[in-house]
Write a new protein. Sequence first.
Length: 174
Amino acid sequence: MDALSIHLMLNHVPVLSVIVGTLLVSLATFIRRRSLWRLGTAALVVAGVSFYPVQWTGGNAEQVHMTRWYVQHDAIEEHEEASEQAIWVVLLAGGVAAYAFWRASRGPVTELPVVPAWLRGAVVVTALAASAATVKVAYEAGFISHKNPLLTRTTVPPADSVPVKVPSGSMTPE
């Protein structure tokens, strides 16, 4: 298994964790459910912890990906720059969420999270910022392969411009 395969397997963990964590802590802030709050903050901690290994494997994946004929170096650079900016936001969100998780865990077991309002607000704001940064990284990653202009041409040459020689009695071209 090469570095590109490892990077592609790991990169979904922080993206999904940030998005799910943001949704859960936002929902928990409004409906005030301790279980949603703890799940959301735990997801944000997972995102913070998993972002660096994904970025580290991305450097090795770049070397493998650059050997592909269709990869444009600019697309990889845009993705890498977005990742370098996003790691700090996601680490901050993960750290704030870890503190909020700890605060919620040490209080009495009630349905309402025992977390001060300023900390709930800090978690939601940093989670929203981390979601925006992570979505930008994922969006830029799409231009490396999925939305690559060399692979997504919409124009097809006319059928008569490409000569195809079909031998008599055969259904497939030579």
